[in-house]
Design a protein around this ligand. Structure first.
Ligand SMILES: *Cc1c(COP(=O)(O)O)cnc(C)c1O
Length: 367
């Protein structure tokens, strides 16, 4: 049997007719940029989170860049960020001229709330928290630290649409919540897309201007902006998928539960569940001491996997100038060497999951 990593056409097929109808309506309307579909999606996404504002953007990276920019953070400032994250989280800081201060992860792969305080300096302005793989861990503690030191809190929710901590949705704990609608995300478009949510009018207004040349009133530019708009077709398609998000997340949780119950191999470490968290399993990430051997073994058996992520940001070539070397962030580096993401996607069949599980349970570290 062959099991792909993320065959997106399965999810498309579930709501095919709705997508086709949505896309045709936009084409026939003759209005393609910043119209009623974007507005409607923004309203629905804000309402779902019980926040005042949502601004649709071109990507998750832009959401993060604009969030940091709108908070007035730039050259000379420091921002606390998880060392164990996707590069985009860190790019949001450096693209604004600020310096990332890396903090090691907890056992749930997220920023370790207990290691933040020791990294705070007189230059620290904000903390970015990432709900990595779809699970929040100690965001309440992070919020306490942010409040104590008067720091802004930005949430990177790119992998965690609909996830909750103590029954509160992610994206609503800090000053700004940033989302990506990249096609593979739990709420994915059919192209690039992103959004921010916030309760602060000044942040929402600034980001609305940034996404549209810096212009609030047509042909009047008060600030220097960019072009980073969510387009009408993507908004219409997102509206369709968004109406099914809870069901899609439940399906992922059921698939994860199956792996939790049925993977039994002493060499494979399954993900741990954080207390009070609702995990939406953007990824189901396990660890193996000989990860490369395990990945090759799965590949030989027709099972596709991915590594999220093989090189941590502090060791990327683009950040050589920050001066980090191997061994500086040992927990992050250990995770980078051991993590591997198993196939988990909407439309995955029972027989596919049984097969993946059986192959994993037969894996031997030696020989
Ligand atoms: C995907 C992702 C981003 C970037 O989103 P894009 O829409 O691809 O720009 C940022 N942070 C995390 C954690 C992500 O997974």
């Amino acid at each position: 049997m062959n099991v792909e990593f993320s065959p997106l056409e399965r999810q498309y097929k579930m709501y095919e007719e709705e997508y086709k109808k949505a896309i045709c309506e936009v084409m026939e309307s003759g209005w393609y940029i910043l119209g009623e579909r974007v507005q409607k999606f923004e309203n629905a996404f804000a309402k779902y989170h019980d926040t005042q504002y949502c601004v649709g953007l071109n990507s998750g990276l832009d959401a993060l860049i604009f969030a940091i920019k709108a908070l007035g953070i730039g050259v000379g400032d420091e921002v606390i960020v998880p060392a164990n994250t996707y590069i985009a989280t860190v790019l949001a800081i450096t693209q604004n001229g600020a310096v990332p201060i890396f903090v090691e992860p907890d056992q749930y792969y997220n920023l370790d709330a207990e290691k933040i305080e020791e990294k705070i300096s007189s230059k620290t302005r904000a903390i970015i928290y990432v709900h990595l793989y779809g699970q929040p861990s100690r965001i309440d503690l992070v919020k306490e630290v942010a409040d104590k030191y008067h720091l802004f809190l930005v949430e990177d929710c790119a992998q965690a649409h609909g996830a909750q901590y103590k029954k509160q949705k992610v994206g609503t704990f800090g000053d700004v919540g940033c989302f990506s609608f990249y096609p593979t995300k739990n709420l994915g478009a059919f192209g690039d897309g992103g959004a921010i949510i916030t309760n602060k009018a000044d942040i929402a207004e600034k980001i609305q201007a940034y996404r549209n040349y810096g212009s609030k009133v047509k042909y009047h530019c008060d600030i220097e902006g960019l072009n980073s708009r969510l387009d009408e077709i993507q908004a219409a398609l997102l509206q369709v998928k968004f109406s099914h998000l809870e069901k899609l997340n439940e399906e992922r949780q059921k698939l994860a539960n199956y792996y939790d119950q049925n993977i039994h191999n002493a060499y494979i470490l399954k993900p741990q569940k954080a207390k009070d968290a609702t995990h939406v399993y953007h990824q189901y990430v396990v660890r193996c001491e000989n990860r490369d051997k395990f990945q090759k073994y799965l590949e030989k058996n027709g099972i596709a996997t991915q590594i999220h992520y093989p090189i941590p940001p502090h060791l990327q070539k683009c950040y050589q100038y920050l001066g980090y070397k191997n061994g500086d962030l040992p927990i992050t580096e250990k995770y980078a060497n051991e993590v591997i993401s198993l196939p988990i996607y909407n439309g995955m069949t029972e027989s596919e999951q049984q097969y993946v599980t059986a192959v994993i349970n037969d894996f031997q570290l030696e020989g």
